[in-house]
Design a protein. Structure first.
Length: 88
């Protein structure tokens, strides 16, 4: 029984995707996609959650050579059911 690596993983209740909960600097948990993204620190429109819980703005890039760092994106940014989350 080795479950320690799955501890922080969960599943989106809307779309069923695997998500990871990141502990933010604020103390809140944010669901993010478990895949890393590479991004450029140019103040772009994408919100990137860093491994240390900070949120920064940048542009997600596919090419590692262009990237300044890596992080996670909020699952709500990509979830096809995200609009139902916002209706509160
Ligand atoms: Zn989802």
């Amino acid at each position: 029984m080795r479950r320690e690596n799955t501890r922080d993983f969960s599943q989106c209740r809307k779309c069923g995707a695997r998500i990871l909960f990141m502990r933010m600097k604020s103390g809140k948990s944010m669901p993010v996609n478990p895949q890393f993204v590479n991004f450029r620190k140019d103040g772009g429109k994408d919100r990137i959650v860093l491994a240390n819980g900070e949120v920064t703005s940048g542009t997600i890039v596919a090419d590692l050579i262009e990237a300044d760092g890596y992080g996670y994106v909020s699952h709500f940014a990509t979830c096809e059911y995200a609009q139902t989350f916002r209706r509160k």
